[in-house]
Design a protein around this ligand. Structure first.
Ligand code: ADP
Length: 603
């Protein structure tokens, strides 16, 4: 039981595997196409991002480089030098304050101020304002501290007094080779952000520690790209570079690292959409730009291309299947048509050949039959020649004697006797005429014409031809008519021929018999007229019976029989739709002629 269950046919598994393979190939191809589209879109985004980063860096550099030299030029002003030399001179302070105020306006800087070596602001462009720097202690500020140490520098930070962010430039003020103080210029670079906001992606500017101080997204400002180390946090608290901002890290997770500082990240806002992150370092100020571009469009395009490729393949597959199906149906149809045409042609040829062969055979058969019948007749005639000669000779002799006698009787005046003789002569002539008529009729090669033939009459006519032998050989002839009048559908001539044949055979067979009875019976049975011819001869041995109706089969000595009689007879009877057969009987032989009954007869 289990074995038959396990014996699943092999083809569905193979088919399934083929389908799975096809599907896998289609998915792989579509995946490749989708990936190619995604990569293309990412590459385009990367190129656009790189261009933007370059342009942002250039505009930033342009802005800052304008102020790089401004602090250095302040030592060229005599009043500035004089104020640093005489810090108590209030009139001079007023002069310098006015000068710085004017310079600020012309240069577009936010604030310009002068600090002495103790780190106290001596003059400032914002001297008029409540948040004036004049008198402030700023030595803790890294750029001031650096400048006081002789290191001119730039620094981005949030102003401790104003709380406003800006870029601070600081430069030592020297007179005759000696440092007197520090000149400081603060520039607002936040306006850059406004131009960034118009960009396609988001941009951040971060310092060396990763603190974002400028961004197109306001919430990202004063957040860090990476968590700050404890030391960095301490340093920033001391310098108060970013005032009191908490500097928490941005939640920007790297999903995938690409080459040259590019990576795929999840957005700091917590959105899961893939984002391309590109970085551009500004080594001169130890800053770096981070540009984030949305890759969801690239993802969409990859997905669309993937789906499109799948669809296209499905379409192609369907087309191929359709074309194959069509081709197969077409081929099958052609094969069928070809087969049908061939068989039709063969049939036609066969038929016409068969027709021709049949026609020729029929023609041959007809001729052969006709010739056989004729030959049979001739044979019978030949056999009967002796009898016929005798039959004619006897009346002829009688005729001569009687006519001689009549002559003598007339001469003697015995007219009545002469008359009687002449009447007998006339009878004899009539008998001879009848005999020759029968022979002529028999010998005629007539085409069979079917009509209702009275069987009894045919038997009488046939008997007439063999009467002489019957008498001579002392054969007892008996005819039994079971019905009044039996009409058979045939040709009388032919039927007589058949009967003569049967009679002759019976007589031949009984030549050596002690008892010689020839019995003819006529009856109707199952729409047939049955004529039975029985004799009391030796009968038909088994080995002869099977050859009886074969042409030229004879057991008679040479010159006595041709072996055609029964063959012809059988043909004739069959021609009329009847049958000639030899029936097994206890004594002698028995032949039965079965012929269709004529219509009139049945009524
Ligand atoms: P044929 O008379 O020339 O021999 P037939 O065809 O008439 O040819 O007869 C064939 C043979 O059938 C005969 O030679 C004979 O052996 C056998 N035959 C025919 N009729 C009889 C019969 N009544 N009794 C015995 N044998 C017969």
């Amino acid at each position: 039981m289990a074995t038959t269950q396990a014996a699943t046919p092999a083809w569905p598994v193979r088919r399934l595997a083929l389908w799975a393979l096809l599907l896998a190939v289609a998915l792989t191809l579509a995946g490749l196409a989708g990936r190619w589209a995604g990569d293309n879109a990412t590459a385009a985004a990367r190129l656009a991002g790189a261009q933007r980063l370059d342009s942002y860096a250039v505009s930033l550099e342009n802005l800052l480089s304008k102020y790089d030299f401004l602090p250095g030029t302040l030592e060229l002003n005599k009043d500035v030098i004089a104020l640093l030399q005489r810090p108590g001179d209030e009139a001079l302070r007023g002069e310098v304050n006015a000068y710085l105020e004017q310079l600020k306006q012309r240069s577009g800087a936010t604030t310009i101020y002068i600090v002495n070596l103790e780190g106290v602001t001596q003059a400032a462009s914002n001297w008029r304002l409540p948040e004036s720097f004049v008198g402030d202690y700023v030595a803790f500020r890294p750029y001031v501290r650096d400048a006081l140490r002789g290191i001119p520098g730039g620094f981005y930070g949030v102003g401790t007094t104003s709380g406003e962010p800006g870029y601070f430039f600081a430069h030592g003020i020297y007179h005759q080779g000696r440092m007197l103080g520090v000149a400081t210029v603060k520039v607002n670079i936040e306006k850059l952000e406004q131009s960034w906001e118009r960009g396609a992606g988001e941009v951040m500017l971060a310092d060396a520690r990763g603190v974002v101080f400028l961004s197109s997204v306001p919430e990202w400002k004063y957040r860090t790209l990476v968590p700050l180390t404890a030391a960095a946090r301490r340093e920033l608290e001391t310098s108060r570079q970013y005032f009191s901002h908490p500097l928490t890290p941005l939640d920007m997770r790297e999903l995938r690292q690409l080459d040259d500082g590019t990576s795929i990240v999840s957005l700091p806002s917590g959105l899961e959409a893939p984002t391309l992150s590109q970085t551009l370092a500004l080594p001169s100020r130890q800053w770096r730009f981070v540009y984030l571009s949305d890759l969801s469009a690239a993802r969409t395009s990859a997905l669309s291309v993937f789906l499109f490729a799948l669809l296209l393949q499905a379409l192609l597959f369907m087309l191929v299947v359709y074309a194959r199906q069509r081709r197969r149906v077409h081929a099958e149809l052609e094969i069928k048509v070809a087969e049908r045409t061939a068989s039709l042609r063969e049939m036609t040829q066969h038929l016409s050949e068969e027709n021709l062969v049949r026609r020729v055979a029929e023609e041959k058969l007809r001729r052969a039959q006709s010739e056989l019948v004729q030959a049979g007749k001739m044979a019978v005639l030949g056999q009967m020649a002796a009898g016929i000669t005798h039959e004619l000779n006897q009346p002829l002799t009688a005729l001569r004697t009687m006519s001689d006698n009549a002559q003598v009787l007339i001469e003697r005046g015995r007219m009545d006797d002469a008359k009687g003789n002449l009447a007998t002569i006339s009878q004899l002539v009539a008998r001879m005429g009848a005999l020759t008529g029968q022979l002529r009729q028999f010998a005629r090669k007539a085409d069979a014409s079917v009509s209702a033939v009275p069987v009894a009459a045919a038997i009488t006519s046939a008997l007439f031809l063999v009467e002489r032998r019957v008498e001579q050989e002392r054969v007892q002839f008996r005819m039994t008519m079971r019905e009044q009048q039996v009409l058979a559908l045939c040709d009388s001539n032919r039927l007589e021929q058949v009967l003569v044949n049967l009679f002759t055979n019976a007589l031949d067979a009984m030549a050596d018999s002690v008892e010689r009875h020839l019995t003819v019976t006529v009856e109707r049975k199952a729409q047939q007229a049955l004529i039975t011819v029985a004799d009391t001869g030796p009968g038909i041995p088994e080995q002869v019976r099977s050859h009886l109706f074969e042409p030229f089969f004879t057991t008679k000595p040479q010159g006595k029989g041709l072996g055609l009689g029964l063959a012809i007879s059988e043909q004739i009877v069959r021609e009329f739709g009847g049958e000639l057969r030899a029936e097994a009987v206890a004594v002698g032989a028995c032949f039965v002629i079965a012929l269709p009954l004529a219509q009139q007869e049945t009524t």
